[in-house]
Write a new protein. Structure first.
Length: 303
């Protein structure tokens, strides 16, 4: 049985999860403060400098946008460190899965930087802006997988095949909720710049569609929780499901509150943090149930 990764490797992988989640928050702050074009060019901040200038007409917006770009360098350093540790662990544990996941992080972060450039050069077109966010969420999921694979093997009793299928569906619904959230954002008032193009959707309609999908998401998580309890599954899996349910309910409450209070910037920022939490807890539950495996629906007859 494979052993756990070294503590330094585990800490690096965990730090990568937090850094990827932080990029979502800092990117949201850029948008919420109207600083999306604080650095109007790419890769430079202005036509003559890589850093914001004190006499720039964009003032603090340039500083905010530049600070968000700097987070990418932190991510590059962490991703390269993760790759180094993953290669060492693959030699020690003969586990190439860690190396593949680490390479995805490195490639994804460079792709993220390029996509960030596209968002600036297209003057915050909502399509690359949405893609920028969705890529961050995908990289968070990959970083969570790195953490799971680096930890000591957790032994769980197998779950029913129905639970396993619901688990896969839950991850898919979570991804749909997040995607619909980008349509809500791309149709709403917080574009990152007053002149930025928006999606042509009715904000009220896409908000309701997003809310409906959140209700389905919550109902599915509740179904998994009930199924695990009724089949006397491992308590750790039940607790993981409860964590997902709690994060969905809190996030839903924040979402409804921000909608009925006309999307105040502070509450939208909290909603972004909630999106990180919901996605991370869902990915953790998915990984744990997958690791548990599926029990035989019918016991084998003795030979």
């Amino acid at each position: 049985m494979p052993t756990a990764a070294q503590p330094r490797a585990q800490k690096t992988f965990i730090a990568l999860v937090f850094a990827q989640a932080a990029l979502v928050i800092t990117g949201g702050l850029v948008r919420l403060t109207g600083s999306g074009l604080g650095c109007p060019t790419w890769p430079k901040c202005t036509s003559g400098s890589y850093t914001p200038q004190a006499n720039s007409l964009r003032g603090y917006h340039g500083v905010i946008e530049f600070s968000n770009r700097m987070v990418t360098f932190v991510l590059v350093a962490l991703a390269l460190a993760a790759l180094y540790f993953a290669i060492n662990e693959s030699r020690r544990r003969a586990n190439l899965g860690l190396v593949k996941l680490a390479w995805v992080q490195v490639a994804g972060i460079f792709a993220q930087a390029l996509l960030g450039g596209v968002t600036v050069l297209t003057k915050l077109n909502p399509i690359p802006v949405a893609g920028h966010f969705l890529l961050s969420m995908a990289l968070i999921g990959g970083a969570v997988a790195l953490v799971i694979k680096s930890r000591p093997i957790e032994e769980f009793a197998p779950v029913r095949s129905e639970v396993s299928r619901l688990n896969s569906l839950l991850l898919l619904i979570a991804a749909l909720v997040i995607t619909l959230g980008t349509l809500v954002t791309g149709s709403g008032p917080h574009a990152g710049d007053a002149a930025a193009k928006r999606f042509g959707f009715d904000p009220r309609t896409v908000s309701f569609l997003h809310a409906d999908m959140v209700i389905a998401f919550c109902g599915l998580a509740l179904a998994i929780w009930l199924a695990l309890r009724l089949t006397h599954a491992d308590r750790r899996l039940i607790k993981s499901t409860q964590l997902v349910l709690a994060s969905i309910i809190i996030q839903g409450a924040i979402g409804y509150t921000q909608y009925f209070t006309k999307l105040p910037e502070a509450l939208v920022a909290v909603h972004l943090l909630g999106a990180d939490v919901v996605w991370i807890t869902t990915c953790l539950l998915y990984a744990r149930i997958k690791r548990a495996g599926v029990e035989a629906d019918y016991p084998l007859s003795p030979s």
